[in-house]
Design a protein around this ligand. Structure first.
Ligand code: ADP
Ligand code: MG
Length: 487
């Protein structure tokens, strides 16, 4: 497919995403079976998960708690009277013949996810609903050449389905949205956000329309995308495919597609005529779930800091760039370490530089998480303060004291700086002796300086730094050399 760019530019895409997030509960949504990824196949499968006659589901309260957490984080409305519904269909990995979900009473409605756009602004993507449901089992088509292998460990795992409004207009916006959703569920610790393992799955709804048109075009739905990049690729492919069909006078069929990551192309699984009728009806085995305001208030009181709140604080109050704030808030443990430095009154800009420089460099190098970073925030805050107050030179701090602290996390920055003789020298008589030595060493350069070659000052600075082992206070030294040369 090849459509000229000027034709593509006449169109605008409309995108809405449906995201399924597997919840990090210990047991399943309606039974005491373990909710655990990677267990021996079909080992977490008691009669309730399998829907044997006579068994009764019981709601895992954590699923509701996590839904409320996400709802609060997205500023959604949380429903008081919740009912569960049966969604009926036949499939080999659904032994019950139905899935328990929420149909007409989703636990959350409305709310927003804020994304950062390429233009540098913030855009609010609306949410239609968030509801609780249970996962199906997993059909593995690639473990045996002739058979499909069914693993029912996943059957009954709690999910939140997060449905967005058709508010996104580019594949990049969809990418940014999904990145935000993943960051948010990780901050809330309700889902590990691991798309490769299927903990977070995405269906993308895509349509195109002529720019300026009000009505939406016919949408298609690309199912089960397993990485954020593939969501973007699938949408990009669909946009061009739609435009190509429309330009050739064809019509878009409302259909469901799959994406082939190897070829970067989609293919149609089924069209509207074959659409399922799920015959939803109220789940007779579960009581309605009532969510009282005091329950919501209790959860609100335990909410962790949210990434967009921290981002706003860093850019607006701390004066950091959007780029820096983005890097700092990308990962929760990293952001919380930075928060500790702020609490310890570190200068925000210096602390941000240390986090994004030495700390990030170290944890990337060792492939560890900030949680395993050996230096306590109090120790690092002290080091940062020593540099900011001029007691320690920046390069000595980064190249010598920081590695010392990593290896001796039980010592303080001051102790190590003193025992390794790194403390900056600001004492004038000591500085003067190094300055005198450097001037005596290069008498001809002194003449050049006096003849107008002011840049030569750097040579004397370098010599003093060498003589002092990097410890001379650069500001004072600069001043004193200048005075000595201009005598
Ligand atoms: P279904 O149950 O058929 O998947 P939903 O009402 O749950 O339908 O909507 C699915 C998604 O489709 C939502 O995210 C919505 O924003 C999106 N959507 C609806 N209309 C369009 C459209 N014309 N183009 C793109 N996305 C759309
Ligand atoms: Mg759908």
């Amino acid at each position: 497919m090849n459509v000229a760019q000027e034709i593509v530019d006449e169109y605008e895409a409309v995108i809405g995403l449906e995201v399924h997030a597997q919840l990090l509960t210990k047991s399943k949504a309606f039974s005491s079976d373990k909710n655990e990824y990677g267990s021996l196949p079909n080992s977490n499968t008691n009669p309730i998960s399998l829907g044997h006659p006579g068994t009764l589901p019981v709601l895992n309260e954590k699923s509701a708690e996590y839904a409320v957490k996400l709802g609060l984080a997205c500023k959604a409305d949380i429903r008081e009277h919740n009912e569960f519904a049966r969604k009926n269909y036949f499939y080999a990995d659904l032994p019950k013949g139905y899935q328990i979900t929420q149909d007409t009473t989703p636990i959350c409605t409305g709310g927003i996810i804020s994304i950062k756009t390429d233009a540098g602004g913030i855009k609010d993507v609306g949410l239609t609903r968030i509801h609780i449901e249970e996962d199906s089992g997993k059909s593995n088509h690639d473990l045996s050449p002739f058979d499909t292998m069914i693993d029912l460990n996943r059957a009954g795992v709690p999910l939140l389905e997060i449905v967005s409004e058709p508010d996104m207009r580019t594949a990049e916006e969809a990418y940014a949205y999904l990145t935000e959703v993943r960051k948010l569920v990780r901050y809330l610790e309700i889902c590990d956000g691991n798309m490769e393992e299927g903990s977070l799955r995405c269906d993308a709804n895509v349509s195109v329309r002529k720019r300026g048109a009000e009505e939406f075009g016919t949408r298609v739905e690309v199912k089960n995308l397993n990485s954020i990049r593939n969501v973007k690729r699938a949408i990009e492919f669909e946009i061009i495919r739609h435009i190509d069909i429309i330009e050739k006078g064809g019509e878009i069929l409302k259909s469901t597609l799959t994406f082939n990551a190897a070829t970067g192309e989609t293919s149609i699984m089924r069209t509207k005529e074959e659409a399922d009728d799920y015959r939803y009806f109220p789940e007779p085995d579960l009581q309605p779930l009532l969510i009282k305001q005091e329950y919501i208030d209790g959860i609100a009181a335990t909410m962790p800091p949210l990434p967009n709140e921290l981002f706003a604080k860093y850019t607006e109050e701390c004066g950091l760039s959007e780029y820096d704030a983005g890097v700092l808030t990308d990962d929760k443990t990293f952001a919380l370490y930075f928060e500790e430095l702020l609490k310890l009154k570190s200068n925000p800009k210096s602390a941000a530089n240390w986090m994004m420089g030495e700390v990030k460099g170290y944890i990337n190098d060792k492939a560890i998480d900030v949680a395993d970073f050996p230096i306590e925030p109090t120790r690092l805050a002290e080091l940062i303060d020593m540099v900011d107050s001029g007691r320690l030179g920046q390069s000595l701090a980064a190249q010598q004291l920081f590695p010392l602290l990593v290896n001796h996390p039980e010592s303080t920055a001051t102790e190590l700086a003193e025992s390794h003789n790194l403390v900056q020298v600001g004492d004038e008589s000591e500085l003067q002796s190094w300055i005198k030595a450097s001037i005596d060493k290069f008498p001809d350069k002194v003449e050049e300086y006096r003849g107008g070659k002011k840049g030569i000052l750097g040579l004397f600075m370098g010599e003093v730094m060498r003589l002092s082992g990097g410890k001379a206070d650069p500001k004072k030294t600069n001043q004193l050399i200048r005075e000595a040369l201009e005598e």
